[in-house]
Design a protein around this ligand. Structure first.
Ligand code: FPP
Length: 234
């Protein structure tokens, strides 16, 4: 969700004004996903590197998250949304962490849309924490370290229970992944939108989905194999 700061700057307003506008876009995109029957949506709200921003911007973002949780969780629950926060939650203030945990707890049985909010998240962090878990299981003698494979490591990622990632969208014009879902991106389709996040609406989402739908996903096979519904081993 890149571009909040630039959106505010264009309007000669402080960066936090852009984040507040960004929050409205979050709401609209969640609604659009619900209406389109999208199974899972993962939003990169705060990276592990974002702590380095000016103190007042970080404080304002935390305040925004806190208020959004208080205001939105009930309604999201009513719509069957399962909320999950992924990332190193221990770094957040207790009041915020408690609300995150309560939101996850309250909505854990919902199945309409898996809404994952990445906070203090980094793709490398996710890989490291999964590696730590398999290493600990090996030390306990529960698994054979020489047999650790992709499936075993993959089962420890934050979103391991969700279907493979289909579509990655970065707004704000930059063409970078910036330590988002690194492992999960292996075969995802990437869409880079010039729209600044506060301007990203359902029409932009539909354009990204149309772009995605027009691509041929070969997973390493040839085009002929894919188009003839080749059914050989993966
Ligand atoms: C990146 O834009 C955006 C962020 C670091 C914050 C994202 C937060 C929100 C959209 C607010 C609400 C979110 C939730 C889940 C309630 P930037 O500040 O890097 O923009 P710039 O590149 O134009 O400076």
């Amino acid at each position: 969700m890149d571009g909040n700061g630039r959106w505010a700057k264009q309007r000669h307003r402080p960066r936090t004004f852009g984040h507040r506008a960004g929050q409205k876009a979050v709401r609209a995109i969640i609604e659009a996903c619900l209406r389109r029957g999208i199974e899972a949506l993962t939003l990169f709200a705060f990276s592990s590197e974002n702590w380095q921003r000016p103190k007042d911007e970080v404080g304002a973002l935390m305040e925004l998250f806190l208020k959004a949780l208080d205001r939105e969780v009930g309604e999201l629950h009513g719509h069957g949304v399962r909320i999950r926060f992924i990332g190193e939650l221990a770094a957040f203030a207790p009041a915020l962490r408690e609300r995150m945990l309560a939101a996850m707890d309250k909505t854990t049985g919902n199945t309409k849309l898996a809404l994952n909010i990445a906070v203090n998240y980094g793709g490398r962090w996710d890989i490291a924490q999964a590696a730590r878990q398999v290493a600990q299981a090996a030390v306990r003698g529960e698994i054979d370290a020489t047999r650790i494979d992709e499936a075993q490591l993959g089962s420890h990622f934050a979103l391991a229970d969700l279907p493979p990632l289909d579509l990655f969208i970065r707004t704000g014009g930059e063409k970078r992944v910036s330590n988002f879902l690194l492992w999960q991106l292996a075969y995802a389709e990437l869409v880079f939108s010039d729209a600044l996040w506060p301007d990203f609406d359902a029409d932009h989402l539909d354009a990204a989905i149309a772009d995605f739908a027009a691509r041929e996903r070969r997973y390493g096979k040839t085009s002929a194999q894919v188009s003839s519904a080749y059914s050989g081993a993966h």
